[in-house]
Design a protein. Sequence first.
Length: 166
Amino acid sequence: MKYIIKEVNYNDVDFKKLCAELDEFQNKIIPWRIELGVSGLSGLEKLQKVLLMYDGDKVIASAALKPIDETTAEIARVYTEEQYRGKGLAEVLVNRIIEFAKDFGYKKLVLDTWKESVSARKLYSKMGFKEVPIFGIEVLEESCSTKDKEMLKKALDALVYMEKDI
């Protein structure tokens, strides 16, 4: 089967659908994540590039690029519908995002994922991302509605931060 990749705006209905599914998926892996007050639907306007993959008219995967500063960007909102996992689709999208990042002049890409997301960590490692010490609690506070320091520390302990020079 042939899949189609489309570049869309962060407000795209299909993209928002996958962001909501990503939240549900992460909440299954990390049930207490809900208490952090994070949402895959928040901060979408900060995304510089959004790619969706379709099987016919069905949206099945996403990946996005979010600027951090002049030289660094974040790979964000990487998600593949469950029945399409293990087919290399996320890798295709992430590779396209990496090419966009290079075109924009970024020198480094970063991302975070949950320690429990073994397949995601395996994919990113295969693509040359290295696990590095995680950012401080202040960065996490910016993306969470909770200000409970113990809850934020628990989240930091459950996250993996990765980066790659490009």
